[in-house]
Design a protein around this ligand. Sequence first.
Ligand SMILES: [Zn+2]
Length: 413
Amino acid sequence: MRVTTLLRALLGLKHTRVLGFRFTESELVVAVKPAKRSSFCSGCGGRAPRYDRRRREWQHLDVCGLAVALEYETWRVECRRCGVTTEMVPWAAAGSGFTHAFEEVVAYLAQRTDKTTVSTMMAIAWKTVGLIIQRVVGRLGPKDRLGGLKRIGIDELSYRRHHEYVTVVTDHDSGRVVWVSPGKDAATVLRFFADLGPERTAQIEMITIDMSNAFKSAVAEAAPNAQVVFDRFHVQRLAHDALDKVRREQVRELAGTDDAAAVKKTRFALQKNPWNLSQSDHEKLADVQRSNKKLYRAYLLKETLADILDRRQVNVARDKLGEWVGWAARSQLPAFQKVSRTIRAHTEGILAYVATGLSNGRAEGMNAKVRTITKRSYGFHGPWSLIALIFLCCSGLVIPLQHRVPDLTVLPP
Ligand SMILES: [Zn+2]
């Protein structure tokens, strides 16, 4: 058997001829060429006349731990539609220095494991991983993820230490991310509805969002018939922030007294959920109850709001929420008076949460997963690699790994 035949069987490249090989200090370099005689444009796939050529290399999967590169003198072609482009090669994507097989292993690993493992195993920089998964998601992902949407969540996500944002749209029914784009303003959300188109937008029944004006106005404009559900996390956040404001005011007001120090120490006890309180937390809260009426009132307001949101009967929740709004308005705590006005203005959307139980669920499920992925994206360049990683990990994409068997039809007996 000829060595080139053996190499062809080992490398497993379709529509590719193996011409020869050489060893360098670091790798095995295999000379290849496309099996087809004519050249085809990498832009549109059409046949295109040749122009000139230059030598290029592609990193392929290791063979028995030995690095393997493919080399070929690629033609530049003059396409009628695309102008001067490079010819399409069967083993790699246009513009990539890696073979399809290599890129798919990288994507498979990036879907499942940490940065260091991917970079070390594949001997490439993490930034390069970002570019590779952009290509793989573009190649293997569905061209359209927006079919059949009925109940969706729109949420913003910060990355790069909270300096930049992407907007993420999740399908509540499939649990998959269906759309991601840089930005978090109304224009970003309107772009989503433009991609969705008027017919499919009309099919949307329910949308969970936060209470930001950007999201509210965009949804009201683009999908006026959809039921808006305000995300529970954001509603509770308002009360958390108001409570913290009251606590900080009390620390200032009591400055210099023993009570100030006592109030300062209550921060975490006040924020915790009741079922997470330790014995010492309970004691601190009992102290607050005795010594600081304002702060204790703020604490009760926060806890009661959480209780109301736990309810499942809309009529009961409606009454309780109305009582809460009145209580907060009379609380003489400016921070809670402001929350009271906000909640009164958003009552229907908040009760829609009670009725449906739908929320963007930052603490659990898909949203938490997306947030973890964002942490892994440090080191990526620009938002597109992060977006590809989100689709790779959160849209149900299956990366088929090749486990090949010898192709006996091309091997001599
Ligand atoms: Zn073309």
